[in-house]
Design a protein around this ligand. Structure first.
Ligand code: NIG
Ligand code: FE
Length: 425
């Protein structure tokens, strides 16, 4: 039967069974089955447990068999923050940053996000699609099975719609799951900076033109705002996210990345699905996140790429009881990586998260940040058979071997979407 198979021989099967989302001590409970097996029927997990038990099930008879020969299997990574569609790298800015220019200095001179906007507006949908397809293949090759994708490099009606329509097309053409977010409020586009009341007029454009179109054509599920110094204020963000909600888009935010603005408080107030970055949060923000349902999504790839020393206070957030998730923030300006294993390495070395905490943050909690915790993020009966297999015998070796991709196989809804060319050496 298509999309049905019996997977055996996992040295460790990380099921992450149990109720999500994970907070505090529960974040490190992976529910590992040694010599584990999975029964997949029609793309859905029918059984997960010790090999002997699963193999003995009547439903296991006659199924195609896949022996993992002692490799580690875990839920496919859920990358809950990416800027998938963009036209080109910004390697020229990378060099400037290394030589001492800050991210904000570059942005003030028309570089940064506006640089990517210029490039995206000039690119055809076909060019953008080709680049995004190649990226999707790489996501899959690193064990990711679900991603969120944001617009935000268009910043005019035609270009924002161009990106959002691509999300839909790419989702239909590629086996990776893509959850679309409207980020029309990334920064104020150049043409509005020159106008009096530019911000007000751009927000009006979002409210009166873009949001209704996005909602009418079901082009996004979430509405995001970059609420920070040099982007949108807390008051502006509130207005945009409330308008988004009226059009049926759930709020999420870029918060406290460059400066502390109070964005986290707003995210909590609006019951946002997630607030992301959080390098600059203060103690009271941490306490508030500990009591809220809004996920604290950490993006250590940004600080690493920008060469910054101040990472988000992951330990304090976990201790406060916040729902901590991890994502790549794949984008050309601050985090040009699509490797979740690399993010796990950074989470361990820089955020001082344990390997177990990092795995849960990158799977079940990230699924919760995308309101998909019932479908993905753990290997449990009834959930999608989204599985990442790594060429290691102990899951801690996934972050341990940094900078090298040990993903051996990726399965989405029971179908193999990536298989490593070379086998074990
Ligand atoms: O998540 N902070 C805002 N947005 C992106 C950066 C985008 C860019 O520099 O192109 C981020 O870091
Ligand atoms: Fe981002």
């Amino acid at each position: 039967m298509a999309d049905s198979l019996l997977i055996t021989g996992a040295s460790q099967l990380l099921t992450l069974r149990g109720r999500g989302p994970r907070r505090g001590d529960a974040l490190s409970k992976l529910d590992i089955v040694e010599d584990g097996a999975l029964l997949v029927r029609d793309g859905v997990i029918a059984a997960a447990g010790p090999r002997g038990q699963v193999e003995a099930l009547p439903g296991a008879r006659g199924l195609e068999k896949l022996d993992l020969e002692g490799r580690v299997a875990l839920p496919g990574f859920v990358d809950s923050h990416t800027h998938l569609v963009h036209a080109a790298s910004r390697a020229e800015e990378y060099e400037l940053k290394i030589q001492g220019a800050s991210y904000e200095e570059i942005a003030r001179k028309g570089g940064g996000i506006l640089n990517s906007v210029k490039k995206l507006r000039a690119a055809t949908a076909e060019e953008l699609k080709k680049r995004a397809h190649a990226a999707l293949q790489q996501f899959a090759a690193h064990g990711t099975t679900t991603i969120e994708a944001k617009s935000g490099y268009g910043l005019d009606v035609a270009s924002e719609l161009k990106i959002l329509k691509l999300h839909k097309e790419l989702a239909a053409e590629h086996s990776l799951e893509i959850i679309s977010t409207f980020l029309g409020a990334h920064v104020l586009p150049d043409e509005f900076r020159k106008k009096t009341d530019g911000a007000k007029r751009y927000i009006q454009l979002l409210e009166e033109n873009l949001l209704p179109t996005v909602a009418e054509h079901k082009l996004a599920e979430f509405c995001d705002v970059f609420c920070d110094r040099g982007a949108f204020s807390v008051a502006e963000s509130k207005r945009i996210l409330q308008a988004g909600r009226e059009w049926g888009l759930a709020p999420r935010m870029h918060a406290e990345q460059l400066s502390r603005t109070g964005a986290t408080r707003l995210a909590i107030l609006l019951r946002a699905a997630s607030c992301d970055h959080l390098e600059q949060v203060n103690k009271s923000d941490i306490r508030a996140l500990g009591k809220s349902e809004t996920v604290a999504t950490l993006l250590p790839g940004c600080d690493f790429h920008l060469g910054l020393k101040k990472y988000a206070p992951a330990r304090a957030l976990i201790d406060a009881g916040a729902i901590v998730a991890l994502a790549t923030d794949y984008n050309p300006g601050t985090s040009p990586t699509l490797s979740m294993p690399m993010i796990l390495s950074l989470a361990c070395a820089q955020l001082r998260m344990t390997p177990a905490e990092a795995v849960a943050a990158a799977t079940i909690n990230a699924a919760y940040a995308l309101q998909r915790e019932k479908q993905v993020g753990s290997l449990e009966v009834g959930k999608q058979a989204d599985i990442a297999v790594f060429e290691v015998a102990d899951y801690r070796e996934i972050p341990y071997y940094f900078g090298v991709n040990h993903c051996w196989m990726t399965v989405k809804r029971g179908r193999v979407i990536h298989a490593a060319k070379e086998s074990r050496n």
